[in-house]
Design a protein. Sequence first.
Length: 277
Amino acid sequence: MLTIAQITDLHITTDTDPVNLWRNAERLQHVLKSIHALKPRPVAIFASGDLVDRGEPEEYEALIEILRHVEIPIYFGIGNHDRREPFLAALSGHGVQTDPNGFVQYAVDFGDLRVIVCDTLDEESEGGAFCEDRAAWLAKTLDEAPDQPTVIALHHPPIASGIRWMDPDPKAGWIARLANAVRGHDQVRSILCGHVHRAFNGVLAGRAVAAAPATSIQLTLDLTPVDMRNPDGREMLVEEPPGFAVVMAYEGQVNTHVCVAGDYAPAVAYTSPFVRG
Ligand SMILES: [Fe+2]
């Protein structure tokens, strides 16, 4: 049994923002405590972007300070709230690698399981991007280990959540390029992402897509149409508990658990033999 924890959308900041972003450090600590208590302890943590809120160097310093006491190796991907230059300046010494074109893309092997980190950042927009160069790197990297069970990890879901102000155009070129790079590579078991601040699942190119909940604040599950130019007073964010995901490689399968962080009392203990009937 091999497990990897996924955390996402940490949004660490040095600002005392009115949307109570300042509490994100505390929320992340709850998540990290829950991850350390997992049985077995994950071999790694992958943080899938939006590590900080405004992409500022001081925010990355604050993040590194929080992570100083983590006892599990951490790997980082980049999200739309990150900025490449300060991201790389802060994290290149912490396992982050770039592909030959400077994108935050790299592969890490954990026993039989390979994690391929991809970069969907477009610094000009909040939405996802995956250019020909990034797609070519992914296809080439997949070609290198065709028999190794693999998960692809990126920030922006290439599928719709139904929370319309967050969703990509399903016909967007970047999604087609990602899907084309994945097709024909049977070792790809799933695509892990974040960005939506809420757990949801779907399918792209025949592969499971799993978005993890945020360690920071969650998005309200409101699937009704919205006009982003006309505020209608709807709830957009909600005080649901922070969460994370656990990717499990077991018996030839690669599956995902979604977890709520926090201290919860045990309900039942194993004190007598199971009776199957
Ligand atoms: Fe985010």
